[in-house]
Design a protein around this ligand. Structure first.
Ligand SMILES: [Zn+2]
Length: 183
């Protein structure tokens, strides 16, 4: 990892967060006045995690969309276990619902689903989508805990928590099918 290559996006946030884009670039979302040295030190403390993620994303982005190898699937499942339940816990109170269970698996046809008993199911391939798209799918499925349909009321709920949902849905329609073909 070369810290000089980290893209730094400053905003009025309070905490520093590191993300790896679908193309394998590292983005640091930082508070307005946080010194560069502090951002770089934090990135270095996460170097092993970042390197693994960057390597995986780059391999997947540059390849001709071959099927995932067993090792790649393992790595994605591990990432999904780290990230997706935590995003569900973050968004459930914002949507105003509870979630009974989260199941993660590789699927060819769908990104997520919500059962009538309140269990949520997510596709591990979401780990290869931009994090905003992942968050949109999480919000979408949580909103099905209120509305088990795609009515105007349902989309109004989604929009309240995820105002850019149209962009993310478009991303899934345009780019998602290539991801789904990888399993
Ligand atoms: Zn839906």
């Amino acid at each position: 990892m070369r810290v000089e290559e980290i893209e730094i996006v400053r905003s009025r946030r309070r905490t520093l967060a590191l993300q790896v884009t679908g193309e394998g670039h590292i983005v640091a979302r930082a508070p307005l006045r946080m010194p560069l040295s502090e951002i770089y030190a934090f990135a270095r403390s996460k170097e092993a995690w970042l390197d693994e993620k960057v390597a995986l994303r780059k391999a997947l982005a540059s390849s001709q969309q071959p099927k995932l190898t067993a090792d790649e699937r393992k790595a994605l499942l591990r990432q999904a276990r780290d990230v997706i339940p935590q995003r569900v816990r973050h968004y459930a109170p914002l949507v105003g619902v509870s979630c009974r269970s989260v199941t993660l698996r590789f699927q060819r046809t769908r990104w997520g689903s919500c059962s009538s008993t309140g269990g949520l199911n997510f596709n591990c391939l979401l780990m290869l989508a931009p994090s905003e798209v992942l968050d949109y799918v999480v919000v979408h499925e949580l909103c099905h805990r209120k509305e088990m349909n795609h009515s105007a009321r349902f989309w109004a709920e989604v929009e309240r928590v995820c105002p850019d949902w149209r962009l993310h849905r478009r991303w899934l329609r345009e780019k998602g099918s290539a991801l789904l073909r990888r399993v």
